[in-house]
Structures are given as C-alpha cells and as structure tokens.
Design a protein around this ligand. Sequence first.
Ligand code: SF4
Length: 83
Amino acid sequence: MAYVVTDACTKDFVCVAECTTAAIAPTADDAKAGTVSQVYINPDECIDCGTCVSVCAQNAIYAEDELPADKAHFAEANKAYFN
Ligand code: SF4
C-alpha cells in the first residue's frame, strides 16, 4: 500500500519537504513543478508513515485503501507520474 495525493492538492510543497523518503514529487525547485496541477507520491518509495497526511492543510492525501470512490483513479495517476 501507499499514500495517494488527489486533486485537492494546491502544490504548497509542504508534504514534499516533510517526506523522509523523498517519495513525493515534483519538488518546488524541479522544472516540472510549474507544469503539473498537483504533486504525486511514488508508491515504490512510500513507507506508509502518514506524515504527509498530517501536514496537508487541504486534506488531499489518503491511504490508498481509504480513497473515496470518486478519487480512486488517483492511485494510478500517482504511480503513472513516476513511470
Ligand atoms: S506516507 Fe510517509 S513516506 Fe509515504 S509519501 Fe507520505 S510522508 Fe512520504
């Protein structure tokens, strides 16, 4: 399992800075930062610590198995960003 960022993300990059495994991208200084509408979590790097959830003011991040039905497709979107 991994955590998943959804479209409620406003790209404040707070979670990116707090993630100890650098699982969230792009970073604020990445050239891609201006081209995406949200940040994404790499499921292969996420260790399910939950820190990103606790720092997200928008409540945009869910455990994959707790995603609302209308946001279930974001699990694949997060994974796809890193492929
Ligand atoms: S749950 Fe932890 S490891 Fe996974 S993306 Fe969030 S802060 Fe990073």
